[in-house]
Design a protein around this ligand. Structure first.
Ligand code: DAH
Length: 339
């Protein structure tokens, strides 16, 4: 009898079920009416009284072993079933959570696509620039405040190497390489020595635009920007150009779009003016064309520059610039539905 118990114990320890049916067969084979353990319990009746205690303990041990085996094997089947969903085939599948693009990428792609429809190609340039491409070639006077450490990040105290403060530097690189006609948009990251707040950041993104050909006029610029504003903010959008100043354009203007939240009536977003400022623009200063080797008697052009964060803020009513850089998924997930 002792041998039988030992043998049964070994069999149980080695047992592993591949299917639920095998597990059920194991239960019947051991604990069933004609099962192996049941048979030994029958024999137990004939055991001498002084051995009953010892055999009783052994038999209970084996019984517990079987029960534990049944339980653990059943649990492993359950786990597999829930993972693969076989347990209840009528349950709806768990939806995979999809990723989303960052709102800066979404806005940038949309801007580039709109200008692509007007024949603008995309140009790129370095983030670490020299004074020439960021300032001098763009007609900044030597004492312009942007050249100050307060506004610009210089690299290792070298006044010639700096982080670009605007993507206008790319228009200089394009003009140096390419003959007109030129029609480019230049997206990129820019850097300014500013304290970080809800409305300012030391890193942000811009898209610069440049159009140079014979007889390009202010009217061409206005029509191009009106088309852009309507594609970006809706077909009823109006634009307004206010006189402004930039060293690299003359005349210069700032463009506002009618507030799409209140339709121009006045609200918190547009500070009750009905207008939102979106970009700077102007006719390229002849000095800028000449600095890059383009004959200003033969060619004219317009340029414009806009902040992507700002446009995305207006488009999706994002109230704090810092949200763009914090990578909080609760913020980012809200852009899943935007392609
Ligand atoms: N570079 C200007 C800035 O960073 C933006 C800008 C204004 C670009 C007018 C232009 C322009 O090309 O014509 O604020």
């Amino acid at each position: 009898m002792r041998e039988k118990i030992e043998q049964l114990k070994k069999n149980i320890e080695q047992f592993k079920a591949d299917t639920l049916q095998q597990l059920e067969e194991f239960r019947v084979r051991t604990l069933g009416k004609k099962g192996e353990l049941t048979a030994i319990f029958e024999e137990f009746k004939n055991v001498a009284p002084e051995q009953k205690k010892e055999f009783g303990r052994l038999l209970n041990e084996v019984k517990n072993l079987i029960l534990e085996k049944l339980k653990s094997q059943k649990e492993s089947f359950d786990a597999v079933e829930t993972v693969s969903g076989i347990a209840d085939k009528t349950l709806p599948a768990n939806a995979d959570s999809i990723g989303s693009r960052h709102p800066i990428s979404l806005a940038k792609n949309e801007i580039l696509e709109i200008f692509a429809r007007l024949g603008f190609t995309v140009a790129d340039g370095p983030e670490i620039e020299d004074d020439w491409h960021v300032f001098s070639a763009l007609n900044f006077p030597p004492d312009h405040p942007a050249r100050d450490m307060q506004d610009t990040f210089f690299i290792e105290q070298n006044p010639d190497i700096l982080l670009r403060t605007h993507t206008s530097s790319i228009q200089v690189r394009v003009m140096e390489k390419q003959k007109p006609p030129i029609r480019v948009v230049c997206p990129g990251r820019v850097f300014r020595n500013e304290a970080i707040s809800a409305r300012a950041h030391c890193i942000f993104h811009q898209v610069e635009g440049l159009y140079i050909d014979k007889n390009v006029s202010f009217a061409d610029m206005k029509q191009t920007l009106l088309y852009f504003a309507r594609e970006m903010f809706g077909e009823n959008t109006k634009i307004r150009l206010r006189p402004s100043f930039f060293p690299f354009t003359e005349p210069s203007a700032e463009m506002d779009v009618s507030c799409k939240i209140c339709g121009g009536k006045g609200c918190n977003i547009c500070k009750h003016t009905g207008w939102l400022e979106v970009l700077g623009c102007g006719i390229v200063d002849p000095n800028v064309l000449e600095a890059s080797g383009i004959n200003s008697k033969e060619y004219t052009g317009f340029a414009f520059g806009m902040g992507i964060e700002r446009l995305a803020m207006l488009k999706w009513q994002i109230k704090d610039l810092r949200l763009y850089f914090e990578n909080d998924v609760r913020f980012l997930e809200q852009f899943q539905s935007v392609i």
